[in-house]
Design a protein around this ligand. Structure first.
Ligand SMILES: [Zn+2]
Length: 163
C-alpha cells in the first residue's frame, strides 16, 4: 500500500478524484474487508519521516482507492475506526481555527476553520448503519478533513491566507 502525495502530478490527479460509495455487497466482500484492514494497519504504523507526526486519519483515496472509506483514530483508545459511506452534518454554526497537516501534502501545515461540532452517519464494516451523534474538537476536525478527501478537497484549499 503506497501513500499518494501532492509531490507527483499523477498522484495529485488521483487525490482530486471524487471517491464513490460502496454497495452493501462490496462492503462485505473479502477485497474491501482486506482494504479496510490494510488502511487501519497503514494508519496505525505510520509516522512522518521526521518522526514528529502520527496519523490521525486516512482515506482510501490517499492510498489509491477512490472509495468512500476512511479510518480515524480514537484519541483515548488510539484505535482506528473505519467509516464507510460517511455522511457528515455540522451541528450549529460554531467554528474554530486550528493548524492542520496531511500525510499526502508533505511539509505543509496551515490554519483551517472547521465546524466545532458534527454528527456522522456511516456504515460499519458489517454494513450496518451507525451514528456518531455528536463529535467535538479534534476528532470533529479530523472527520471533516477526511470527509473532504472523499470529495477531492485538500486542506490547503481551505487554508486561511497569511495576513
Ligand atoms: Zn489528509
Amino acid at each position: 500500500m503506497e501513500l499518494l502525495t501532492t509531490r507527483l502530478e499523477q498522484d495529485l490527479k488521483k487525490l482530486r478524484e471524487i471517491s464513490r460509495a460502496l454497495t452493501p455487497e462490496e462492503i462485505t466482500s473479502s477485497r474491501v474487508q482486506q482494504l479496510i484492514a490494510n488502511l487501519v494497519q497503514f494508519a496505525q504504523n505510520y509516522s512522518s519521516p521526521d518522526g514528529h507526526y502520527k496519523c490521525a486519519g486516512l482515506s482510501a483515496v490517499q492510498v489509491g482507492f477512490p472509495l468512500r472509506i476512511y479510518v480515524v483514530r480514537d484519541r483515548k483508545t488510539e484505535v482506528f475506526t473505519p467509516y464507510i459511506n460517511p455522511g457528515l452534518t455540522p451541528l450549529g454554526d460554531a467554528t474554530n481555527s486550528h493548524v492542520e497537516s496531511c500525510l499526502s501534502i508533505p511539509n505543509v501545515s496551515g490554519i483551517v476553520e472547521r465546524y466545532t461540532r458534527v454528527r456522522l452517519s456511516y456504515l460499519d464494516p458489517t454494513g450496518q448503519r451507525q451514528m456518531l451523534k455528536e463529535v467535538v474538537g479534534f476528532t470533529a476536525r479530523v472527520l471533516q478533513h477526511e470527509q473532504d478527501h472523499l470529495d477531492g478537497i485538500l486542506f490547503t484549499d481551505r487554508m486561511s491566507k497569511p495576513k
